[in-house]
Design a protein around this ligand. Structure first.
Ligand SMILES: [Cu+2]
Length: 432
């Protein structure tokens, strides 16, 4: 039997046995829904803003064939995943997050940036042992099947981390983190309360950036101690995947525990047909600064750490930026569109340079992304031995951490924290 089916049946059976309360909980959890799209943000939503997360363990794969033991938050109906589900909520409406802990040690969730968080009805507060030493930033769920319920009313719209508040250095590194998107009431298509933060909801993306030191994960898997002074990250991820897995669709079958892709797929700005930008919500769950750097376009930073960039009288303080520095624990929300500023046209505005010979475009074997035409939407004939991955003359701009050791898979270049922004011709791409 498929493991998901088995787990659902077991849970359904348990609900029947323990009575109405459990049935209510089951029905509530079934009302949560994750939008099914192959690209872009996968929101977990619930009409009562009640979510059930399970802290558990599993494995993720890396493009170089490695397999990493991780911990993570799963939607309680599902199995282990990295990162945790993206919870999408509305400001001012109460949120409940029930944490179930299947891990062999206490764990918890903190919601940085949220005020008035309660744990099992009591104010969330640091936990100390009998000697007065800090054991957790918040009340935890006990090891091996404990649970705890956190409640809060989300404030300022924007993007936030949720992550472990217990043994933070180790547990967050192990993968206990996810994204929380707080939407302005009545304006789900805006980043914040400002009308100029409006975006195209069909082009919304979360880039949850992180890193992995595989030696630490191996030590945890073997239940051995680990000296944090030896910490050294080797893998760098966007949404729990490293390049080229970042380009694969959401819920790709070959990445069963890494459900979220990171391909940005847009069309050029047009005042009439495509006036609204995409939004990319950057989050840093790692330990160092990630200088993220999309080629080919600036992005407009409109929100940081869940706050609109505006002055005391509401003046717009958003700004265009090429390299987005995303610091540990920080969120940066940026609007992004692509404009044909050169007005390229093969007949009315030809490019007065020689296009390179096709042999210069060969990167790996006979494959190429390049259509041999510099004009968006136009493909030139290619030699018969070339396999073009370019469907309709679309553009691809690479986007990656500009700290180049973060753009590797265990030191091998062109991997890690890297993805692609795809720009289709104005009329779309018929091959899709
Ligand atoms: Cu670059």
């Amino acid at each position: 039997m498929h493991p998901i089916t088995r787990s659902v049946r077991r849970r359904a059976g348990a609900a029947a046995l323990v009575g109405a309360l459990a049935v209510t909980a089951l029905v509530t959890s079934q009302r949560t829904a994750e939008a099914a799209t192959s690209e872009g943000l996968q929101c977990l939503t619930d009409p009562h803003q009640t979510f059930s997360l399970t802290a558990g363990d599993g494995y993720v794969s890396t493009p170089d064939g490695n397999s990493l033991y991780m911990w993570g938050y799963a939607d309680s109906r599902g199995h282990f995943q990295l990162p945790g589900p993206t919870l999408c909520v509305t400001e001012g409406q109460p949120v409940t997050v029930v944490l179930h802990n299947t891990l062999p040690e206490d764990t918890s969730i903190v919601f940085p940036g949220q005020k008035g968080v309660r744990a099992n009805g009591n104010p969330a507060q640091p936990q100390l042992d009998s000697g007065g030493s800090l054991t957790s930033l918040v009340q935890p769920a006990a090891a091996n099947d404990g649970s705890v319920t956190y409640t809060f009313t989300p404030g300022s719209p924007g993007t936030y981390l949720y992550e472990s508040g217990t043994d933070v250095d180790k547990q967050v590194q192990m993968g206990l983190y996810g994204a929380l998107v707080v939407r302005p009431a009545g304006h789900p298509d805006q980043v914040n309360g400002r009308a100029d933060s409006r975006f195209n909801p069909a082009h919304e993306y979360v880039f949850l950036l992180s890193e992995v030191d595989p030696d630490l994960h191996l030590a945890v898997e073997r239940r051995q101690p680990y000296d944090m002074s030896r910490y050294r990250a080797r893998y760098y991820m966007i949404n729990g995947r490293s390049m080229p897995d970042t380009l694969a669709p959401n819920h790709a079958s070959w990445l069963p525990n890494q459900p979220y892709g990171a391909l940005v797929h847009i069309q050029p700005y047009d005042a009439v047909t495509n006036p609204l930008p995409a939004v990319i919500r950057y989050l840093n769950a790692g330990s160092v600064n990630y200088p993220f750097h999309p080629h080919g376009s600036d992005e407009r930073v409109v929100n940081k750490d869940g706050h609109a960039l505006q002055g005391p009288t509401g003046q717009d303080l958003s700004y265009l930026k090429y390299d987005l520095d995303v610091q540990p624990g920080q969120s940066v929300d940026a609007l992004m569109d692509w404009r044909d500023v050169e007005h390229w046209n093969p007949t009315t505005n030809p490019i007065p340079t020689q296009v390179p010979a096709i042999t210069d475009q060969l990167l790996v074997g006979s494959d190429t992304w390049f259509s041999e035409s510099p004009y968006l939407g136009v493909k030139n004939p290619l030699p018969a031995n070339i396999t073009a991955n370019n469907e309709c003359g679309e553009y691809y701009h690479v986007a990656h951490s500009h700290a180049l050791q973060q753009a590797t898979n265990y030191g091998a270049t062109f991997g890690g924290m890297m993805t692609v922004f795809r720009i289709d011709p104005p009329a779309g791409c018929p091959a899709n």
